[in-house]
Design a protein around this ligand. Sequence first.
Ligand SMILES: Cc1cc2nc3c(=O)[nH]c(=O)nc-3n(C[C@H](O)[C@H](O)[C@H](O)COP(=O)(O)O)c2cc1C
Length: 338
Amino acid sequence: MNPIQSFLLALPPETAHNLAMSVLSSARYLPGKATPLVGKQSTFLGKPLLNPIGLAAGLDKNAEAVLGLARCGFGFVEVGTVTPLAQPGNPKPRMFRLPEHQALINRMGFNNHGMHAMARRLNDVRASGRLNGTMLGVNLGKNKDTPNGEAVSDYVKGMDCLHTHADYFTINLSSPNTPGLRALQHGDALRTLLSRVKERQLTLAGSSVPVPLMLKVAPDLDEAEVGQIAEQVVACEFDGLIATNTTLSRDAVAGHIHGSEQGGLSGTPLTERSLEVVRQFRRELPEGVAVVGVGGISCGQDARAMLESGAHVLQIYTSFIYKGANLVQKLVDSTSEV
Ligand SMILES: Cc1cc2nc3c(=O)[nH]c(=O)nc-3n(C[C@H](O)[C@H](O)[C@H](O)COP(=O)(O)O)c2cc1C
C-alpha cells in the first residue's frame, strides 16, 4: 500500500472520501487531456472503449472529479446517483470500513447536489474537450420524498436535464438506502417504469441516436426474479444491465464490529454473489444486451472470472478505496488477454 493510501485509510471513511475527492477534483487544473489506459479494446453501447475497467457509481455522486478520475485510467466513469433535487442523505456516520473483509457498509442515502448542479459540471467537462475517450455514464435515482407511484417522473426529469452530457444512463432501482426503491425492480412497477423511461429516451433523441439505457440491479434476487427482470429489460428495449449493487446479506461479515450496521455491503464478500447474478442474467438475456459486472472485483483473477461469467465490461468501487489508482492498471493488464 502506498503512503497516500495508508494516510487516507487512517482517517474516518467519509473524511477520507471528501479529501480524496478534493484532490481528484483539483486534477482539472493539470495541463493535458485525460486518456484511458489502453487494454482490451471493444465497442460498448455503440462506442469504442479503450479498456473494460470502469468506475462504479457512488464515488463521484456530483461529477466533481470526472477529469481526475479519468486520469486514473478508467475506460469509463459513472457519476451519480443524482436525483432531481439536492438532498442531504442519511445522518452520519453512514459509511463503515471492514478492512479484514476488504469491504464497506454504506447507507449514504443518495446524498447529492441535484441534477442541475451536475449538468453545469458536466457541461464544463465536455466544453473543456479534455476527456479524451473516457466514456461517461450518468446514474439516475429518485428523491427520498418522491413516492414510488411518482418515481418515474424523477427518472424522466434526470434524463431531460442530463441527456446531452451522458454517454449512457443507468436507471438505479437497487440502492438499499432509499426506502422502498428496490420494490420498483418487480412486477407492474418495473414494467411501467422501464417502458416510460424508454418512451422518453426516444422522444428526447428525435432523429438522432438515443442515449443508451442501463438498469442497475441488486444482488439480492432469486432466479425467478432474475428471469422476470431480464424479460422486462428485453421487452422495453434497454441496452444493458449493471449487476450488482450492494447486498443486504451479512453472512460473510457476521461478528465484525460493524457487521450489523444497516446499509449495503460491498467489496470482497460480494464477489461470488455478483458473479452468480451476472451468470444468471447472461443466460436469460440475448447477446446484444450488454452486461456490466460489478461487485467485489479486487484483483486480476476476479476481473477475469467476471468476464468469463459473461460480463462485457467491469466496474469497481470498494477495491479502488482499499488499493488506490494502481489497481486500475493491474486490472487493465490482467484483462487484456481474456
Ligand atoms: C460508499 C458507497 C456509495 C455507493 N453509492 C452508490 C450510488 O449512489 N449509486 C449506485 O448505483 N451505486 C452505489 N454504490 C454501489 C457501487 O456502485 C457498486 O455497485 C457496489 O459497491 C459493488 O461494487 P464493489 O464491490 O466494487 O464496491 C455505492 C457503493 C459504496 C461503497
